[in-house]
Write a protein that binds this ligand. Structure first.
Ligand code: SF4
Length: 365
């Protein structure tokens, strides 16, 4: 069997073309809620953490304490280095829709160890951004069966409140979830990640029921705004591994690229052209590939939180350069003006099909 993984050679001049090794995250503090140790998956999580020689505290209740620092920034730093293993509340069993990405969302965990300065979690999760892993994941998965429509493909999104691959070496939760979906029909699991440690996922029996998506952006956006994540070349390499057929040593997954958040940075056409060229050079074989195109937006609430987390950010969040978009509940978000949106959209809707004629663009927002 020929192993095609790693065979691809990228142009040396390509900025960010070199795959930089990325160190897996280790929390400074791990707290287990005592109740989680009664659950089989809770016990498994404890064993994994012990195997990694991480110190464990046991807390009596389901709250995570000790996260408060002297400043907002200090609280952020403490929280982002803390992993708590808790029992997800009853609300985790009442699923909510998540258009346009999927029919339903569910959560393996909340929080993420990376430091993206536009993070989607700002404003969606309340309190300090500690990482909470759910020890009742097997029950959460079983509950999904109640939401499957036997008449059509039902899709489930697992990345709304976390980057599931960022925690996989600590939890094994994503592999468990992929295996679960592999065993049922008429479903699709969808997850998206900026991380590249995909090797443990390649041999799983996903049965084509998981679409593994990698989040990509222009190299300069990733370098400036996505601290604590693998570089773009590493992510593209991970996508290649996931998409390559099993016979070639890959995972044989249906895959996707989530281009987000798209930003009209200086030289944006050159930067995104270079990204798409790099992607085309890597995905040089037939595969089931989709694109999701998401422009940058912010809300008054997310801006407020992000400026506390990243007071020196260079991220543009200038209301004067944006237009207001209302959602159906009356909430406000700031998006790029119509002309700019049109120009960006035209660019991607020309460039993607010409490079990847078999792929599908699922949506633009
Ligand atoms: S990887 Fe996603 S969830 Fe994690 S910090 Fe970045 S934007 Fe937030």
């Amino acid at each position: 069997m020929e192993d095609r993984i790693g065979m691809i050679e990228l142009p040396e001049t390509e900025p960010g073309a070199e795959v930089k090794p990325f160190k897996l995250w280790k929390p400074r503090r791990v707290v287990f809620n005592a109740e989680t140790l009664q659950l089989p998956y809770g016990k498994e999580l404890l064993q994994r953490i012990d195997d990694l020689h991480l110190k464990v505290d046991i807390s009596k209740n389901n709250r995570v304490t000790g996260l408060k620092g002297k400043t907002e920034r200090e609280t952020y730093q403490i929280a982002k280095s803390t992993m708590a293993v808790v029992v997800a509340p009853p609300s985790a069993f009442r699923l909510r829709p998540i258009p346009p990405s999927a029919d339903w969302q569910f959560h393996l965990a909340e929080g993420c160890p990376a430091h993206c300065q536009y993070c989607y979690l700002a404003g969606s999760l309340s309190g300090p951004p500690a990482i909470r892993v759910f020890a009742n994941l097997p029950d959460i998965l079983e509950n999904l069966r109640n939401y499957i429509d036997p008449e059509k493909l039902t899709t489930f999104e697992a990345s709304c409140y976390t980057d599931p691959l960022s925690l996989e070496h600590l939890t094994g939760g994503l592999a468990r979830t992929i295996n679960f979906f592999g065993g049922i029909s008429n479903v699709q699991l969808r997850f998206v990640t900026k991380f590249d440690a995909v090797d443990p996922l390649l041999s799983l029996s996903h049965n084509g029921n998981t679409r593994a998506r990698i989040s990509l952006n222009a190299t300069s956006v990733a370098r400036k705004l996505e601290s604590g994540t693998p570089n773009i070349a590493a992510r593209i390499n991970a996508l290649r591994k996931l998409a390559l057929p099993k016979i070639d040593g890959g995972g044989g997954y249906p895959v996707g690229v989530v281009l987000a958040p798209i930003m009209p940075i200086p030289n944006w056409k050159e930067e995104y052209t270079s990204l798409l060229d790099h992607l085309q050079a890597s995905i040089d074989f037939a595969c089931d590939l989709t694109f999701e195109l998401i422009t940058h937006r912010f809300t008054p609430g997310s801006k407020d939180i992000l400026l506390k987390w990243y007071p020196n950010t260079t991220l543009e969040m200038d209301e004067g350069l944006r237009i207001v978009k209302k959602n159906k509940f009356g909430g406000t978000k700031y998006v790029y003006p119509k002309e700019m949106m049109k120009e960006l959209k035209e660019f991607f809707y020309n460039e993607i099909p010409s490079r990847f004629p078999q792929s599908n663009i699922l949506y633009w927002t």
